[in-house]
Write a protein that binds this ligand. Structure first.
Ligand code: G6Q
Length: 523
């Protein structure tokens, strides 16, 4: 059954939130915190070693309660049940949305069109495990008998960004294989990658759900041609594998049947890293770590499914984001992971969030008259502090931030980590509390800058009241990364449900593709 069609702006809660916003829009975070000694405790949620502190947001208990009412009035609970049980909630494509089934560890039946999909998922996971182990152990040999040293993932969008982000994020856990990603149709991208590679020791994974994507097919053909300059047609089976729903076209391309991994139409591209699309991850960090990633995501799925909304991390994060987007009229959200490992998180979530919720027609087929998807951007701290953070502190725009941090670093170097985390907390505090005229005045006096007080004081004032969430884990592990990604996936879902849009199609990318074909064919 499809999701309900409820215009959120027509709910009682929405009306009350509008009033609430008038009352509270000028409250300052610094005062809120000073007047509420237990605020941090009251506005924090825990799940395993994840701690989400949302006390640095411009919300009160009343706001939160109204946002929770909004979730109930828009029937979020019913939507969650339908999401996990394989209802065809992706109505415009007539598909279920079941990336959660790929990491389900309960072994209970999950049905699509009256067929249990669990055995097929387990079989594929086993195939990934066997394949990974063969390649990693060196049992899998290239056409001249040498073991594989390099793997190239050929794919784009959902068949590239997820695996690439996870491989980058889990570099610490890396196997001996070098993993490369070719996505852009820009020939220089493939050329730059190939020039580093030896065809005798390289494995190519062609990842394309449809196997019709112009970029992926063009790159795959160029690579096949390059390979055939050294190897022969019969050697292709030692060097090419594919992940797709389109068996016919994969075989026509020449990939051996035993090297083909399935995909299913109930997995959206941007949510597919948990499927065989994630083979590059399994090769990069070993199957056990890949499985840990899946387990972490499953744990977050269970939390999301079973936790009351007021204690439910993805629900609370989604509601806070709606509060800013629809009532404060913010346009963007910034992601600030304080670890270099997560430098690809923002580009990955840009696709997941913006392709999903960048919609303006509601589930009744009408144009919405309220804001939907946020613009997502970001980069790692502390680098960002020396770049764009100025605008967050003193610009004219209100930009809610997610600070993502880890209590421990992976290699030790404690002094570095203490400095890193000091910066992490300093930014959160500076954004929230700011620095008043009086404080600047005093500071300048103490520093002996008497003569400059008049001319410089206004520039040194920080208004503060800039909101953020603090998302803190003990350590970056495959399991915690799974938790983090699934947390954002469910935040996307909750927002799409409440905004009354279809989050799982992406017609917006079609027009440009069609025109590119026409322009190319006429050139
Ligand atoms: C993701 C989108 C899109 C898709 C790519 C690649 O949700 O659908 O980014 O993943 O266009 O598609 P193929 O995997 O079919 O090549």
């Amino acid at each position: 059954m499809a999701l309900k069609n409820i215009n959120p702006t027509k709910t009682d809660a929405w009306g009350k939130l509008l009033e609430q916003h008038k009352l509270e829009k000028n409250l300052h975070l610094k005062e809120l915190k000073e007047n509420q000694p237990n605020r941090k405790k009251d506005f924090s949620l825990r799940f395993q070693d994840l701690e989400v502190d949302f006390s640095n947001n411009r919300i009160t208990e009343n706001t939160l309660n109204l946002l929770l009412e909004l979730a109930c009035e828009t029937h979020l609970e019913d939507a969650i049940t339908k999401y996990f049980s394989g209802d065809k909630i992706n109505v415009t494509e007539n598909r279920a949305v079941l990336h959660t089934a790929l990491r389900d560890k309960t072994n209970q039946n999950i049905e699509v069109d009256n067929e249990n999909i669990v055995p097929e998922i387990s079989k594929t996971l086993q195939k990934i495990e066997i394949f990974t182990n063969k390649v990693l152990s060196g049992e899998w040999k290239g056409f001249t008998g040498k073991p594989i040293t390099d793997v190239v993932n050929i794919g784009i969008g959902g068949s590239d960004l997820g695996p690439q982000m996870v491989v980058e994020s889990l570099k610490f856990y890396k196997s001996h294989l070098n993993i490369h990603f070719v996505s852009n149709i820009d020939g220089d991208h493939v050329q730059e990658t190939l020039k580093k590679l030896n065809p005798e020791t390289t494995l190519f994974l062609i990842v394309s759900k449809t196997f019709t994507t112009q970029e992926t097919l063009t790159n795959a053909l160029t690579i096949k041609k390059w390979f055939l300059e050294s190897g022969s047609e019969k050697d292709i089976k030692y060097h090419f594998a594919a992940v797709s729903t389109n068996l016919k076209m994969v075989k026509e391309f020449g990939v051996a049947e035993e090297n083909i991994f399935p995909m299913w139409d109930w997995v959206g591209g941007r949510f597919s890293l948990w499927s065989a699309v994630g083979i590059s991850i399994s090769l990069a960090v070993g199957f056990d770590n890949f499985n840990q990633l899946l387990s972490g995501a499953h744990q977050m799925d269970t939390h999301f499914r079973n936790t009351p909304f007021n204690k439910n991390i993805p629900v609370v994060l989604a509601l806070i984001s709606i509060w800013y987007n629809n009532f404060f009229k913010t346009e963007t959200e910034v992601l600030l992971p304080y670890t270099e490992y997560l430098k690809s998180l923002a580009p990955y979530l840009q696709q997941a969030i913006m392709e999903s919720n960048g919609k303006s027609v509601d589930r009744n087929g009408n144009k919405v008259d309220y804001q939907t998807g946020n613009i997502i951007w970001g980069s790692t701290g502390t680098n960002a502090q020396h770049a764009f953070i100025q605008l967050l502190h003193q610009g004219t725009k209100l930009i809610p931030a997610d600070f993502i941090g880890f209590k421990e670093s992976l290699y030790g170097l404690t002094e570095h980590h203490q400095k890193l985390m000091a910066n992490f907390y300093a930014q959160i505090q500076a954004l929230s509390d700011g620095k008043t005229k009086e404080e600047v005045h005093l500071d300048m006096k103490v520093n002996g800058q008497f003569n400059q007080i008049e001319s410089l004081l206004p520039y040194k004032v920080f208004e503060g009241n800039k909101p953020s969430n603090t998302i803190l884990f003990d350590k970056l592990t495959p399991q915690n990364l799974g938790i983090l990604i699934a947390m954002y996936e469910h935040k996307i879902f909750v927002q799409g449900v409440i905004w009354n849009i279809y989050s799982y199609d992406q017609f917006g990318v079609e027009l440009g593709k069609e025109l590119a074909h026409k322009i190319y064919n006429n050139s």
